[in-house]
Design a protein around this ligand. Structure first.
Ligand code: PGA
Ligand code: ZN
Length: 429
């Protein structure tokens, strides 16, 4: 028997960009409590659940979330106090029903998710468990995810300085989480040294990766490969390159507009360009290579490359079961990015991860570009055995909070802790 919800508090806190977001505190009858903060994206997909902002220019430039907070206290709270929910599923079903819209636009996905996550956290506290042990996920093993870590940031996260959004690494040669962090540390440091030497460093992008001055998108691959080599590591064998193209951001009127390269490409030409990068560099994973509206390109690209690399749909699937189901049926990709706030409840997120795993796809649990110190996603990755976690770079505390939380979970699991590299077959292996 689970304790009843006694009260819910919600208020404004600030994310890593300094934008207002929601923190929710859930109090249970017996004195246990849970807390959650919601993140926020910048390169959001068209089909994501709605993040409710007040849009009043006089309040935080339109970004305040006072209405969403009122929705938690005045609409959601009374219903949850009246109805005795007995599980995460029941709670989330109630929230979905109460909202009543397809994209959670009445109450706001940020309001709904804050309550859903805070409930999961309060139940873990009531049960005396860590969140990863308490989340109602199906899994065979607790698996410490293989991190996907950003070295250079571009796109919407660095004012469009480079067209491509994330240049990341996956330490596929690491035998342990700590080995992976050490490889990442070295590559990140070496990349910084190269940029300083060449006078190309413009600062840090939103997710902590370097914001460099480059003359072409391809130049970034050369510098990243050089950084891996200077770190004493072998590209491809020990450390591979992973990209989030976030192509929707530069797709317009059926064409891909690469500003940095001064080129406008048809889908076919853009696909050929991606293919040439895959041939020339040690790339093992590519996310959102095309716009979510350019479905035939996804299908053709996946049929050509899916046995060699991981192809992740982010804006394409928006953590939505129905969109994933279509993607599996039509073979549009072979992996899905998972972001809690794209769909808006913990239960729907867990179901989407489970569907992906059942179809033989690898889900990648992901942070947003606007993050907080909340470490829910580290627990979600371990709880579901998803196998991969994407958090941004190896710098800035809102990112390091997640990487550090994995170390705490690893200690708690002790010899039960299994590192993804040994237990999960990735498409590139
Ligand atoms: P976002 O970026 O949070 O700005 O959407 C992350 C991503 O695209 O994966
Ligand atoms: Zn993405």
């Amino acid at each position: 028997m689970v304790e009843k919800i006694k009260a819910i508090d919600a208020y404004t806190v600030f994310d890593s960009r300094g934008f207002p977001t929601i923190e929710c505190l859930m109090y249970l009858d017996g004195g246990h409590q849970g807390r959650a903060m919601v993140p926020s994206g910048a390169s959001t997909g068209t089909f994501e659940a709605l993040e409710l902002r007040d849009r009043d220019p006089s309040k935080f430039g339109g970004k305040s979330v006072y209405q969403a907070i009122r929705n938690i206290k005045e609409v959601i709270q009374p219903v949850l106090l009246r109805n005795e929910v007995k599980s995460q599923h029941e709670l989330d079903d109630l929230l979905i029903e109460l909202d009543g819209t397809e994209n959670k636009s009445r109450l706001g996905a940020n309001a709904i998710l804050a309550v859903s996550m805070a409930y999961a956290s309060s139940i873990a506290s009531y049960r005396g468990l860590s969140l990863f042990e308490s989340l109602p996920a199906k899994r065979d093993n607790y698996i410490l995810p293989l991190p996907e870590i950003q070295i250079f940031g571009g796109g919407a996260h660095s004012a469009g300085r480079i067209d491509i959004q994330d240049f990341m690494i996956i330490c596929n040669g690491a035998g342990t989480l700590m080995e992976c962090y050490e490889m990442t540390f070295k590559v990140y440091q070496e990349a910084g040294k190269i940029l300083k030497r060449e006078n190309r460093l413009a600062g840090l992008a939103d997710e902590g990766g370097y914001w460099p001055v480059f003359d072409s998108n391809e130049a970034v691959f050369q510098i990243l490969t050089e950084a891996i080599l200077q770190a004493g590591l072998t590209p491809g064998r020990e450390v591979s390159i992973s990209l989030d193209i976030a192509a929707s951001e530069f797709y317009d009127k059926n064409q891909y507009h690469l500003k940095l390269d001064n080129r406008v490409l048809s889908s076919h030409e853009f696909s050929a360009l991606l293919g040439s990068w895959l041939e020339d560099y040690a790339i093992c994973s590519i996310e959102d290579p095309f716009s979510e509206h350019d479905i035939s390109s996804w299908r053709q690209f996946t049929s050509a490359w899916s046995d060699k690399i991981q192809i992740i749909g982010d804006d394409l699937f928006v953590t939505h079961r129905k969109r994933l189901e279509n993607g599996i049926r039509d073979r549009l990709a072979n992996s899905i990015l998972i972001k809690l706030n794209q769909i808006g409840t913990v239960s729907e997120t867990l179901a989407c991860i489970e569907d992906a795993i059942n179809a033989g796809w690898r889900p990648v649990i992901s942070a947003r570009s606007g993050e907080t110190e909340d470490t829910f996603i580290s627990h979600l990755a371990v709880a579901t055995g998803a196998g991969q976690l994407k958090v941004g770079s190896f710098a800035r505390s809102e990112r390091m909070a997640k990487w550090n939380e994995l170390l705490r979970i690893e200690r708690k699991l002790s010899d039960q802790a299994k590192f993804a590299n040994d237990y999960i077959q990735f498409p590139w292996q």
